[in-house]
Design a protein around this ligand. Structure first.
Ligand code: SF4
Ligand code: SF4
Ligand code: SF4
Length: 647
């Protein structure tokens, strides 16, 4: 993941490699060029492209390969392969970085490059122009600008010094302008460069975009390796330029000073190199300027401590001594070279030619202020608030200045936080205090836990008591439930008994019905018998009457009377029998009546029993309801007690 949040920029973060060590912030010469942020809880530090001057320091110091840059190498080779007309300008630092640099020229030519120029020649033009400007334009002090990073810095962060930047193009641009204007070269131009910052220079509108590609040594090497290109397989070729003067020493620290002093003698030249010194010096320069103090006529200043030979776009693995040896070898070769000897004393002779053939205005450089994200300066109250956030509530704690956050002072860190460039969590002291606070919080928590344990123990005792109480109540409920169960059982038995009693009542009622029917029959028979007796009685009366009459009239005829007497006797016997039978029927009726009475009693008793059973059931149900209510109350108490215990 590259340069999150800022798009495709020259220098970017490789997020997955970043360890949040803050080394990039600590080493960056520009306040605000790095932004700390977190992703999934991990600290990362990205480049802020608006503020970054492409000094390359963060790439250099990052131990985790979390910073990289992009240049135009890929595009250059693609265009070359597509047959675009391209000539190449080669920085003099190539001699130190490619011992086989002549084979590089050979390779470039075979790859399709037209002209290949040594920018040392452009450096000669630059020095010539500097001297002219210093002599002719009446400037009292100029800051050399071959280093695009220094230009970036002034344009972005110290625009007060814009007027003091040398109004002359860099060696690269001077060579390009020479090719374009004096050699009529219409090709696209590529710069084989030791510098990431050259990308800014070639895109600057003030350089008219004469150069199209910045192909750094480092990316060129990577490209050759990736493509499996072995330079030894290519012939050595020479540059196409007319030959340089002392310009070839430009890439080493003090190269400009050496060139100028070779012509102008021992003039005061301030020589400054390296990120640690260069930007600090420019502050100093500005302070002197503001105070009206004397300034050096020329400031030979470079971003890289070992000059362009170990520039930001080089592999930087070359030994300093090897650089010296490479340059010395070239110096010897140069002095032995026929062409150079023609240009003996090179620079001086060249300058005479330049005086005749070149126009200073063609190499004139302009600058512009580049707007950057303005950084806010907190008020004292705002500083105090930020320090409070950082747990820095004493003057001493605000001056720990350990630089673990990447900033030189706690004050700077507070300013970074105010400008949302960093977060308190990046401060070592803040984290230490957070740990202490956390410990205190833990101790307090421990005490709280101990208090809670004591409470829990007490609660536990109470709970045990309540549990016993609960057990007792549950026992009561169990008993109640058993009683309910038994009550139900009793009710069932009572109901069964009622059923059986009701059955018996029905049986007795049936028997009663039959007895009543029987009584009816007997009564009928009695009535009938009584009728018979009455008939016999009437007949006896008539017969007695007739026998009396007969006896009176005919004694002789007493025989008839005798028959009558016999008849009366028979009738009397019949009457007696019938009467006896009637008497028997009456007894039977009396027996039946007694039985009916008994049955009636039995029914009454049974009904009373049913009544009693119903009352029993009602009582049982009442008891059941009462027990139910008891159970509900007991359960409610249990729940209430339980809830209270939970609280
Ligand atoms: S130097 Fe910067 S980019 Fe590199 S790992 Fe550290 S914080 Fe990340
Ligand atoms: S390249 Fe230089 S200016 Fe840019 S972030 Fe890195 S160290 Fe800072
Ligand atoms: S104490 Fe914190 S703010 Fe101060 S320099 Fe150290 S890390 Fe940065």
């Amino acid at each position: 993941m590259e340069n999150k949040g800022f798009g495709a920029e020259t220098i970017f973060i490789i997020e997955e490699n970043c360890q949040g060590c803050n080394k990039c912030i600590r080493n960056c010469p520009v306040f605000g060029a790095n932004v700390s942020y977190t992703i999934d809880g991990a600290t990362k530090v990205r480049v802020n492209p608006k503020m970054c001057i492409h000094c390359g320091k963060c790439i250099d110091v990052c131990d985790h390969n979390a910073r990289d840059y992009r240049d135009d190498t890929e595009r250059f080779f693609q265009d070359l392969q597509q047959g675009k007309e391209i000539s190449v300008l080669v920085a003099p630092a190539a001699r130190a970085n490619f011992p086989e640099y002549k084979r590089v020229i050979g390779y470039l030519k075979e790859a399709g490059a037209h002209l290949v120029y040594d920018v040392s020649f452009g450096a000669d033009i630059t020095v010539w122009a500097y001297l002219k400007v210093m002599a002719e334009k009446g400037v009292s002090s100029i800051i050399a600008q071959p280093c695009p990073v220094i230009v970036n810095y002034v344009e972005k962060h110290n625009p007060v010094l814009l007027d003091y930047l040398a109004p002359v193009h860099s060696p690269m641009l001077c060579a390009a302008i020479y090719l374009r204007k004096y050699q009529g070269c219409r090709d696209r131009l590529a710069f084989l460069s030791p510098c990431i910052g050259k990308s800014d220079e070639i895109r600057d509108t003030n350089t008219e975009k004469i150069v199209t590609y910045n192909v750094t040594f480092k990316k060129l090497n990577a490209y050759l390796t990736m493509k499996g290109i072995n330079l030894n397989e290519y012939p050595e070729r020479e540059f196409d330029d007319p030959g340089c003067g002392l310009g070839y020493v430009f890439p080493r620290p003090g190269g400009l000073r050496e060139n100028v002093q070779a012509i102008a003698g021992k003039i005061w030249i301030r020589q400054v190199e390296g990120q640690e010194e260069a930007y600090h010096y420019l502050h100093e320069y500005r302070r002197r300027l503001e105070r009206g103090k004397k300034l050096p006529p020329l400031v030979d200043i470079l971003n890289c401590p070992y000059g362009c030979n170990k520039g930001t776009g080089t592999n930087q693995e070359v030994d300093l001594d090897d650089i010296d040896l490479a340059m010395e070898a070239f110096a010897q070769e140069k002095s032995a070279d026929e062409k150079s000897r023609k240009l003996k004393n090179s620079s001086a002779k060249l300058f005479k030619i330049f005086n005749k053939e070149l126009k200073l205005d063609d190499f004139y450089r302009r600058y512009k202020k580049v707007e950057v994200q303005p950084l806010m300066e907190p008020t004292p109250e705002e500083y105090a608030a930020i320090f409070l956030k950082l747990h820095k509530d004493t003057p001493d704690s605000q001056k720990i200045n350990c630089s673990a956050c990447g900033y030189q002072t706690c004050h700077e860190m507070a300013r970074a936080i105010f400008n949302q460039l960093d977060r308190p969590e990046d401060c070592m002291d803040y984290n230490r205090k957070e740990v202490i606070r956390e410990n205190l919080r833990l101790e307090e928590k421990n005490r709280e836990i101990e208090r809670m344990l004591a409470e829990i123990t007490q609660l536990s005792d109470e709970r045990q008591q309540r549990a016993a109480e609960l057990t007792r109540r549950i026992h009561e409920i169990t008993i109640s439930m058993e009683q309910v169960y038994r009550g139900n059982e009793q009710a069932a038995q009572e109901i069964e008994k009622i059923g059986s009693d009701v059955g018996e009542v029905a049986e007795y009622a049936e028997r009663l019905r039959k007895l009543v029917a029987e009584i009816n029959d007997n009564v009928d028979r009695f009535t009938e018998a009584t009728g018979d007796i009455l008939g016999v009685a009437r007949q006896t009366k008539i017969l007695s009457l007739n026998a009396g009459i007969e006896a009176a009239r005919s004694g002789e005829h007493g025989k008839g009377f005798n028959v009558l007497a016999q008849e009366i006797k028979r009738l009397a016997e019949e009457s007696q029998n019938t009467a006896e039978e009637a008497l028997g029927n009456e007894e039977a009726i009396q027996v039946l009546v007694v039985k009916v009475f008994e049955i009636s009693n039995t029914i009454d008793q049974k009904m009373a029993a049913v009544n009693m059973a119903i009352k029993n059931i009602a009582a049982i149900i009442q008891e059941f309801i009462a027990q139910g209510e008891e159970m509900v109350a007991a359960t409610t108490n249990i729940v209430h007690d339980y809830t209270r215990n939970q609280d």
